[in-house]
Design a protein around this ligand. Structure first.
Ligand code: SF4
Ligand code: SF4
Length: 196
């Protein structure tokens, strides 16, 4: 008895096509492997990659954020929450200064469950307080830890910086800070060594 299904198949379908399939496998075996061994080997990102945010400081350690909420209003995902408060130099009566000028960001949160890393917030920031780093490892096993607080986002203190609260540098007002006129620092505001 003859197998009707094999009779109806052409020579190419019966013999060439199965071998051609293995041909793809053999060709690929000798190609350069493109698999990335993340997280054991991490590839560098593009220099302007939009990763985790950072709240920057002035050269004396004062915070650049003035608590204006422009970043929160610009955010299309409603991922930023800011509460501003007033600075005061009246130390005798409990006054504290965290930034030059009138206001600072008392509460600052970014919810990375919502953030789409679009960068609109950093464009809106008038003092370049908010920038984005290249850090992309933002996964976690619970929702709470993905809401980053101000303490998680503030830039580290570099040599010469002092942890706020403290007064503005001697003889300077907030305008001097915003214009980048700062002792030992003539770089225009917002351009010195900050990530994008
Ligand atoms: S990067 Fe975009 S989504 Fe994320 S906080 Fe900024 S504006 Fe919102
Ligand atoms: S990060 Fe910038 S835009 Fe946002 S509250 Fe602070 S100063 Fe304003």
């Amino acid at each position: 008895m003859t197998d009707k299904s094999s009779e109806s198949k052409s020579f190419k379908e019966q013999f060439i096509d199965p071998v051609a399939g293995f041909g793809v496998t053999f060709r690929t075996m000798f190609r350069k492997v493109v698999t990335e061994q993340y997280p054991f080997e991490k590839q560098p990102t593009a220099p302007r990659f939009h990763g985790r945010h950072q709240l920057n400081r002035w050269p004396d350690g004062l915070e650049k954020c003035i608590g204006c909420e422009l970043c929160a209003w610009a955010c299309p995902a409603d991922a930023i929450y800011v509460e501003g408060a007033s600075n005061s130099d009246d130390v005798a009566n409990g006054g504290e200064r965290f930034s030059p000028g009138e206001r600072y960001g008392r509460v600052y949160q970014i919810n990375y469950l919502r953030c789409i890393l679009c960068g609109l917030c950093i464009e809106a920031c008038p003092t370049r307080a908010l920038t984005m780093t290249n850090e992309y490892e933002l996964a976690d096993d619970n929702r709470t830890d993905l809401i980053y607080e101000k303490s998680d986002l503030l830039a580290p203190l570099l040599p010469g910086m002092e942890q706020p609260p403290h007064p503005m540098a001697d003889g300077l007002d907030e305008g001097d800070y915003y214009r980048g006129i700062f002792a030992g620092n003539t770089t225009p505001a917002g351009t010195a060594g900050e990530p994008r």
